[in-house]
Design a protein around this ligand. Structure first.
Ligand code: TLP
Length: 346
């Protein structure tokens, strides 16, 4: 058995041997000067997979999201997002700090902001008191709602509203391909319902670094400038684009395994004393467990699981997260399930 079963995040995935070989032999140029052929191939492939005009390779998902917010807004504007979204919770105040916009968070139980609540949150731009609402952000899958997939009909209705109000939609699709597997809806269908899409290469897809920002040619031209402002223009970055191409070619199709392992885990621990978890709500590769007495606190549970060789992330006094990915398999899930059982039932 391995020393550690690491369920902290799918960001911990290690590059495959083939990715490492591709890094060593990558043909490179200077991407800021626009002549790294490996980056160009990656960007063309990402745009094609999402059915949009162009793509930009960025160092992280956070930078991809923040570039999108910056391109779509002016300082003083307001953006609408979900109250547990990554952009709101975990990007260190980026919208305010980088783009000078304020946020209008909408609380939900499943990540899907009710259409009526979004409509009611759009400001009256003819009123000089009001900021201009210039962007709606969605997250699919939704990390802090336990990897929930946003229903396609919901996204269609949101799109209708956005077109009517002429407010663009940015999709934080860090784990978009996990949603594709869970729903059977293609990445192109999801992308067609947004004006810009960010997805991560460095999570379930296993590339060591990087995310893609995808949209119209005009959007990506503006995004390229903002990436430079943020210091995200990289030089012989073909060495990182090469494993990312392998991620897109070879790692997308296996993500259903991670979704299945998360479901297996959820079924294995739901019903244990103190565990609040409905396995039906585990759509993809994230299992969020709420703890109530007699379960210990999330911090204590984390420690006791770690003593048994299983890593997780406590996300609050009574919330703990487990993420499945290519470097944990069924055996790791069994190990976690039985460790969980030991801790909770003694
Ligand atoms: N999520 C990380 C942490 O930052 C919480 C994780 O372990 O889940 N959008 C979503 C929905 C994300 O979950 C993340 C990362 C990002 C954006 C940012 O990606 P990176 O880490 O590449 O900046």
């Amino acid at each position: 058995m391995k020393d550690i079963s690491d369920f902290r995040s799918d960001t911990v995935t290690k590059p495959t041997p083939k990715m490492r070989q591709a890094m060593a032999s990558a043909v490179v140029g200077d991407d800021v000067l626009g002549d790294d052929p490996t980056v160009q191939a990656l960007e063309a492939k990402a745009a094609e997979m999402l059915g949009l005009e162009a793509a930009l390779f960025v160092p992280s998902g956070t930078m991809g999201n923040e570039i999108a917010v910056n391109v779509w807004t002016n300082p003083g504007d307001e953006i609408i997002l979900e109250s547990r979204s990554h952009i709101y919770l975990y990007e260190a105040g980026g919208p305010a700090r980088i783009s000078g916009v304020q946020v209008c968070p909408i609380e939900t139980t499943d990540g899907a902001m009710p259409i009526e609540a979004v409509r009611a949150s759009i400001r009256d731009s003819s009123d000089p008191h009001c900021p201009t609402t210039s962007l709606i952000c969605v997250e699919n899958t939704h990390n802090m709602h336990g990897g929930r997939v946003l229903p396609i009909d919901y996204l269609r209705s949101l799109r209708e509203l956005s077109l009517k109000q002429q407010i663009p939609i940015h999709l934080d699709g860090a784990r978009l391909f996990n949603a594709v597997h869970a729903s059977g809806i293609s990445a192109r269908e999801y992308a067609a319902l947004a004006d810009s899409v960010m997805f991560c290469l460095s999570k379930g897809l296993g590339a060591p670094i990087g995310s893609m920002l995808v949209g119209s040619a005009e959007f990506i031209e503006r995004a390229r400038r903002v990436r430079k402002v943020l210091g995200g223009g990289m030089r012989q970055v073909g060495v990182i684009a090469a494993p990312a191409i392998i991620a897109l070619e070879e790692m997308v199709d296996r993500l259903h395994i991670d979704n299945e392992n998360a479901k297996r885990l959820a079924l294995g621990i739901a019903g244990l004393p103190g565990v609040v978890l409905d396995p039906d709500t585990v759509d993809t590769n994230i299992v969020l467990v709420r703890l109530v007495p007699p379960a210990p606190s999330a911090e204590e549970l984390f420690r006791q699981l770690a003593d048994r060789g299983v890593l997780s992330i406590p996300l609050g006094p009574d919330l703990i997260r487990f993420v499945t990915h290519k470097d944990v398999d069924e055996t790791d899930v069994e190990r976690l399930t039985s460790a969980f059982r030991q801790v909770l039932t003694g």
